[in-house]
Design a binder for this molecule. Structure first.
Ligand code: ADP
Length: 395
């Protein structure tokens, strides 16, 4: 039996889990517990062709994990038979010091707690998930894998905000970057797909999910990325604004009388595609545009405009790029977004093949025209597999 890693991604009211065999890349099972703490909680497990669901209140994250294990029992799967060797935890923010995959002990938990002010929406639930899993599975190593890790060594010019250096240093303010596990995995997969050494390629990776970010990668090393101190900077996202004049925040605080929490919630949860058009799912956004919804059209136009701006910026940062790769929910599935992001860029060396782009194929695929100097790819991301592999490397 091949080694298996349980990968956990713990949010404030959800727990995603997946059982992965890193050596073969096989996902044995996955599921999610949602609305933890509410009356309408639900837990699902997909194991082979077996899909199990349980509805009803799940009080807390520990009950959530135990419920997931109950579902395995209900599916007739004994976890002891799976060769579990580690639990991998996705942690959004590792700050300046935590970037290698790290075996969690009490000292690491204390460090993660110290980092909570840097990622108040993401790190506390991750710490909670780790503590719960350590209680439920005390005999396995627990390994934290950080979303910021890949960008730890960004060049100073990209990582530094143009502000008082002492203030920035005192409060650890820099561009950290997020979705690093995905950007690294996808850029490696792109090189493998092309049969070219990673070191030989300049790449732009567009991770377009509900959260969205771009990275510029030279020879396997990131040289810039769109998310910053927090995952709010950069592209227009499902509910996050991305780039916004910092003056807007001051103005809202001073003139509109909004409080800090209100502004944070607005930028994180009520902005982006949702704030502009009331909808985050691009399938619905397209339908609304078809039916003449002007707000949906504007949201889409702002989204595409920002995306094109970043592609242009990262072309300039890199000098030239060999590969542009789309990944995550929107990037993998939405041919129209891909087309509108790259239309008219032939003078910059990027040309899509319309037919390949529209093809309903899944999996890693090439979508650029033969004559396009830059190769355009779609590569499905797989953060769980990347986390599981990182865990195995530590062990
Ligand atoms: P997350 O950041 O939550 O991991 P995902 O990468 O799963 O997000 O992306 C989810 C988003 O992908 C959805 O909100 C939707 O906008 C988009 N999406 C998923 N499937 C499709 C599709 N077939 N066509 C267009 N967009 C899609």
């Amino acid at each position: 039996m091949s080694d298996t890693v349980l990968v956990l991604n713990s949010g404030s009211s959800s727990l995603k889990y997946q059982l992965v065999q890193p050596e073969t890349g096989t996902s044995l099972a996955h599921g999610i517990v949602e609305r933890i703490g509410e009356e309408s909680s639900s837990a699902t497990l997909t194991l082979g062709n077996n899909e199990i669901r349980r509805d009803g209140r799940i009080a807390d994250h520990e009950t959530a994990l135990r419920t997931a294990f109950d579902l395995f029992a209900e599916a007739g799967q004994n976890l002891d038979d799976l060769g579990l060797v580690a639990v991998g935890h996705r942690v959004v923010h590792g700050g300046q010091d935590l970037y290698r995959p790290t075996v969690v002990d009490d000292a690491v938990i204390a460090k993660l707690e110290e980092l909570s002010p840097l990622a108040p929406l993401h790190n506390p639930p991750a710490v909670l998930g780790i503590e719960v899993a350590r209680r439920v599975l005390p005999d396995l190593p627990h390994i934290a894998v950080f979303d910021t890790a890949f960008f730890h060594d960004l060049p100073a010019a990209a990582a530094t905000y143009a502000m008082d250096r002492e203030l920035a240093s005192r409060w650890k303010i820099r561009r950290y970057g997020f979705h690093g596990t995905s950007h690294q995995y996808v850029s490696q997969q792109a090189a493998a797909f092309l049969g070219a050494p990673l070191e030989s390629l300049n790449q732009i990776v567009l991770h377009l999910g509900n959260g969205a970010s771009v990275s510029a990668i030279a020879g396997g090393r990131p040289v810039d990325t769109s998310m910053g101190l927090t995952p709010m900077e950069g592209l227009v996202m499902g509910t996050r604004s991305g780039d916004i004049d910092p003056g807007v925040l001051v103005y809202l605080w001073r003139t509109a009388g909004m409080g800090v929490e209100e502004i944070e919630t607005m930028l994180n949860r009520h902005a982006g595609m949702y704030g502009l058009g009331g909808e985050i799912d691009f399938r619905v956004v397209h339908q609304r545009i078809e039916s003449g919804d002007e707000a949906a059209q504007l949201a889409y136009d702002v989204y595409i405009h920002r995306l094109r701006k970043y592609i242009g910026a990262y072309l300039a940062v890199l000098g030239h790029t060999d590969v542009v790769t789309f990944t995550a929910g929107v990037g993998e599935n939405d041919a129209q977004v891909r087309r509108d992001a790259l239309t008219g860029l032939a003078p910059l060396g990027i040309e899509l093949d319309e037919h390949l782009n529209e093809s309903p194929a899944r999996g890693a695929r090439l979508i650029s025209a033969d004559k396009s100097p830059t190769t355009v790819l779609v590569i499905p991301t797989n953060e769980e597999l990347a986390i599981a592999r990182a865990c195995l490397a530590v062990l």
